[in-house]
Design a protein around this ligand. Structure first.
Ligand code: NBP
Length: 503
């Protein structure tokens, strides 16, 4: 029988698993690895032999039982396999090989309800389970991801030292990510971008909302690019300079930074810029849809996040759009002569709409905490997102400060810092949306975020008429402005002798 000589185990050696295994090994842990098909394991080990200083701390196994036996008890086993049925399949194979008290950590993009189910089932059988969001793609997994674990405090105690070690690090004062890692030389110091989010599915829920925010962040940046190109007539490299400039200020973020890089890239297969040759049909993997669906189910107006998902769906109808463009006419596009003013309007629109998008994401998490009985620390969540993940941005430091000032903040837009930013930028934001509408350019994210802002700040909305319509055709009742909330009335609308009935 083989000896237990690994501190931790990891299953699933596709791109995320390989990189996280190397990150864990870089931090001094001996890690056992296993993959369903051994060929992938063999290739990984060959790669490690060539380039990885931590190679001797990676122990490869082709047999699952041998892999499990090689891990010190109580065992910690991280799964990075395809989310869904694959995760259940590997858990089913693992369980008979484990001992009570062992911990399984699912680092895949699981649906939070699956995580709640798995945690309940495994806890009942005496095992520990954590569903942990892992963000940052392959580079993040390799040199410091943002990690969002959900589970019991006892399970977290087992995982915490490893997750603290491998997570991205930020400067505690500025919140800026600490860079400079290389194989075998992890970042030292700084604050780790991880903390226990809450019980069972809380970590995966927060990871899902992160991805929903990622969708809207990307859509807002794309709409900015489009207005600068279509109305400003700017070439990709000129727009790149604008983004690089914005990256020095309050919009500073990973996504703005990579947009600056992308727009500079020449087409390796020909003339011009690569972005002009990339087909305008966006793909999606599902976490944006989950976020929008969760908002709909919980009645939270995350319209900008949902619009970002629909914008991808509309873009994917490429052939239909091409055909429709020959049939459905819009206004001719008129170039703006004052480019500096256009750039300024778009910058403010981007920042204001981004505030609304994050306000929606945090409202969604606040509702989920009520629905699932979690207690979430929103300042801690914003801090975790400051480094390692795709939406990392200096802006998140401001959100952390807002929730530190007021942990019960009902909407981010009401925090003094964000209130002032919206006040400062809204006329530019309106100009950008108006320009887009007049020129027939679609800006669903800018526009829906503005509608959210205007709706949220309106003491009165036309829902009085809507509610009267509901009562007219469906006897759904209405409340009256001159009576206390909670008193409901119905009118017998269609008959001559109309009577109002209170219920
Ligand atoms: P994939 O999501 O492409 O999954 C491939 C891995 O799952 C391989 O190791 C594969 O084994 C394994 N697998 C499958 Br498929 N079915 C299995 C089964 N029935 N039993 C055991 N193993 C099975 O890999 P990834 O892109 O590295 O992502 C891993 C997880 O991390 C996913 O849940 C993903 O959603 C999440 N995630 C990915 C990213 C990213 O940027 N890619 C970012 C954040 C989170 P095989 O080699 O034998 O086929």
């Amino acid at each position: 029988m083989s000896q237990a000589n690994a501190d931790i185990g990891l299953i699933g050696l596709a791109v995320m698993g390989q990189n996280l295994a190397l990150n864990i090994a870089d931090h001094g842990y001996t890690i056992a690895v296993y993959n369903r098909h051994y060929q992938r394991t063999r290739e990984f080990i060959e790669h490690c032999e060539r380039t990885e200083p931590a190679r001797e701390r990676i122990l490869a196994h082709g047999d699952l039982a041998e892999f499990v036996r090689s891990i010190e008890r109580p065992r910690r086993i991280v799964l990075l396999v395809k989310a869904g049925a694959a995760t259940d399949a590997i858990i089913d194979q693992l369980v008979p090989l484990l001992d009570p008290g062992d911990l399984i950590v699912d680092g895949g993009n699981a649906h939070w309800l699956d995580t709640i189910r798995r945690e309940r089932t495994l806890a009942a059988a005496g095992f520990r389970f954590i569903g942990s969001g892992v963000s940052g793609g392959e580079v993040g997994a390799r040199f410091g991801p943002s990690l969002m674990p959900g589970g019991s405090p006892e399970a977290w105690q087992m995982l915490e030292p490893v997750w603290q070690a491998v997570a991205a690090k930020v400067d505690p004062d500025s919140g800026r990510p600490l860079d400079g890692s290389a194989p075998g030389r992890p970042v030292s110091g700084g604050v780790a971008c991880t903390a226990l989010i809450g019980p069972n599915g809380a970590g995966h829920y927060i990871k899902m909302v992160h991805n929903g925010i990622e969708y809207i962040d990307m859509q807002l940046i794309s709409e900015s690019y489009w207005l600068l190109k279509q109305l400003g007539g700017l070439e990709a490299d000129a727009i790149s300079s604008v983004f690089r400039d914005w990256n020095q200020g309050e919009l500073s973020s990973y996504l703005i930074e990579i947009t600056g890089d992308i727009l500079q890239q020449k087409d390796p297969a020909g003339d011009g810029f690569l972005v002009d040759k990339v087909l305008d049909a966006a793909g999606q993997k599902g976490t944006g849809q989950w976020t929008a669906a969760s908002a709909l189910e919980q009645g939270i107006p995350a319209n900008a996040i949902a619009e970002a998902v629909f914008a991808r769906s509309l873009s994917a109808l490429k052939e239909e759009r091409v055909a429709a463009s020959a049939v459905l006419e819009g206004p001719a596009i008129r170039r703006e002569s004052d480019t500096a003013r256009l750039v300024e309007s778009v910058r403010h629109a981007l920042y204001c709409a981004k505030i609304c998008a994050y306000a929606q994401g945090f409202q969604l998490m606040a509702e989920a905490q009520r629905t699932y009985g979690w207690r979430l620390d929103f300042a801690a969540i914003a801090r975790i997102w400051r480094g390692g993940c795709i939406i990392r941005a200096s802006f998140l430091q401001k959100i952390a400060e807002a929730y530190t000032r007021n942990a019960e903040l009902s909407n981010l837009m009401l925090d003094p810092y964000f209130r002032d930013a919206l006040q400062n930028g809204q006329s530019h934001w309106r100009d950008a949306v108006a320009l887009a509408v007049r020129n027939g350019l679609p800006v669903p994210a800018f526009g829906s975020a503005l509608a959210y802002f205007d709706g949220y700040r309106s003491a009165s909305l036309p829902a009085n008429l809507l509610q009267a319509q509901r009562d007219y055709f469906g006897a759904h009742t209405y409340e009256r402005t001159d009576r206390p909330r909670g008193s409901f009335f119905h009118l017998d609308w269609p008959v001559e002798d109309r009577r109002e009935i209170e219920s």
